[in-house]
Design a protein around this ligand. Structure first.
Ligand code: TYC
Length: 129
């Protein structure tokens, strides 16, 4: 290996991709022995996706029950809970929190179980942001 050079990737390419060139680069005709490989020097750490948890309106679940759910499972104070419950009642649904996949799934399960135990049809779902 007569000549080894390291150069940063061009601006339009993925950050931190280095091109490692081995072989005579500036003398003689191309004999086909030069090699250039891209080396990823920094593993890309993507942020995990977030999930919205939504509460849906229905005609039967008592308003006080929804307010209680928002206080109990989403840490809202009473005024916030009443406000969000009324938004759901008027608009049909509202986002009540944004969480990692695991936490969102747990919230949905907790709310659905709690509603079923009290025989209310309240629906809670999650959606990728
Ligand atoms: N619409 C219900 C009622 O009039 C109240 C309600 C609000 C139900 C929010 C569900 O997610 C809900 N009793």
């Amino acid at each position: 290996m007569e000549n080894v050079s390291l150069s940063p990737g061009s601006p339009r390419m993925t950050p931190m991709t280095l091109f490692l060139h081995a072989g005579p680069s500036d003398q003689g005709p191309d004999d086909g022995t030069d090699a250039t490989v891209a080396v990823q020097t920094r593993p890309k750490t993507k942020r995990p996706p977030l999930y919205k948890v939504l509460i849906l309106n229905d005609d039967y679940t008592p308003m006080e029950f929804v307010v209680h759910v928002l206080e109990r499972f989403f840490g809202m104070n009473h005024a916030q809970s009443v406000e969000i419950m009324l938004t759901v009642h008027k608009k049909g649904l509202a986002v009540v929190g944004v969480f990692s996949h695991e936490i969102a799934e747990t919230k949905v399960t907790q709310v659905m179980d709690f509603a079923r135990r009290h025989q209310h049809p309240l629906q809670c779902t999650m959606e990728r942001e």
